[in-house]
Design a protein. Structure first.
Length: 201
């Protein structure tokens, strides 16, 4: 028997200088429990979605657009993607995010607006039953790993396939971490040569 290990999952990490309009705004937002039916889950707070349409965050979206273009260019996806949703997360001590993925997007990501020392990392989880256009999960040298963690700091941007499982372990220090999460989707026509689908974002 021969095991053929093929393509890795491709994620992206970069850095963004947080625009002044974001710095002036994010702490003034109204945050609500991520799970209002069970607030004591301690999985953090978030703003309402739609921040990609808020004038205070449009300069940040423009910077994110540039990184998304670089990511798509590397993986050779010749499609125009547009931000279809964005929100801000607030995590304090013991807050976490359970494993999840984003089913209604192609590329998802996060910018760390304020990530003090001791902020919990971002974790990606292997899920062999799922696949996506960026390749299967993890690479040759990571085949035995069930999860991979990436430490984060202020200004980091991470992009990844929306269907990859990810989570955040509990914050272990009494700090506030603010992150700007977002989804991108094709804006236009997808031509599969069998049929065409038009998507408006």
């Amino acid at each position: 028997m021969t095991i053929l290990k093929m393509f890795p999952t491709i994620a992206y990490k970069g850095h963004i200088d947080i625009p002044d309009s974001v710095i002036d705004s994010y702490k003034q937002e109204r945050y609500h429990a991520c799970s209002p039916e069970n607030y004591y889950m301690k999985n953090g707070k978030m703003t309402s979605p739609g921040k990609h349409k808020d004038k205070n965050y449009m300069p940040l979206i423009s910077l994110i657009d540039e990184h998304v273009e670089k990511y798509l260019d590397y993986v050779k996806i010749n499609k125009k993607l547009k931000c279809c949703g964005a929100w801000i997360n607030l995590h304090t001590e013991k807050d976490f995010v359970q494993q999840h993925f984003h089913p209604n997007a192609m590329v998802s990501g996060i910018v760390y607006i304020d990530a003090p020392d001791g902020s919990a990392p971002l974790k990606f989880h292997a899920n062999p039953s799922m696949n996506h256009m960026f390749g299967p999960f993890f690479g040759h040298d990571m085949a035995k790993l069930a999860e991979i963690s990436f430490p984060v700091e202020t200004g980091d941007i991470l992009l990844y396939p929306s269907t990859i499982l990810h989570s955040v372990p509990p914050n272990t220090k009494p700090i506030n971490r603010y992150s700007f999460a977002f989804d991108y989707m094709v804006d236009g026509t997808i031509d599969t040569y069998v049929n065409k689908t038009k998507i408006l974002v």
